[in-house]
Design a protein around this ligand. Sequence first.
Ligand code: THU
Length: 158
Amino acid sequence: MKHEYKVSYQRFDNWKELPIEDHELVDRAYEVCKSAYAPYSKFHVGASLRMTNYEIITGSNQENIAYPSGLCAERVALFYAGANLPNEKVQTLCVVAKGDLLPIEKILSPCGACRQVMLETEVRQNLKYRIILVSQNGVAIVFNSAEDLLPLAFGITD
Ligand code: THU
């Protein structure tokens, strides 16, 4: 029997059309790209989290000459939140990327390892959170849950 997965998401031609409370989150994600340490890929990624206490946590990708030792922006931010705000939950996650090799209209799609961590954050906090992905030219797409980005995930039972 054939089964299907369907994921709905919203698309905004410009992230400024997002609800006003998201604007600072997008600004902060763009801003934190500047602190990326990416001498090898030259790909600068910024992630920002709106926590339930309204605090914003940010992270950027941090590379290493021993390549697998580096970490993506999303996980830098999520692990920082886990370590420093263990009693708060993530409400919204925003990710942006900048790089000469990245076409301006391309929306960064989080890697598989980050999706796994994003999902476990959601399961652990027992609260779904929004995920906003923004291209360099300002197009935004919004998902309502980390589960939407990782169907049939390891560790999730129906
Ligand atoms: N990167 C992220 O920070 N997030 C992702 O979701 C995908 C990739 C980083 C890792 C590495 O520093 C660079 O982008 C190129 O892969």
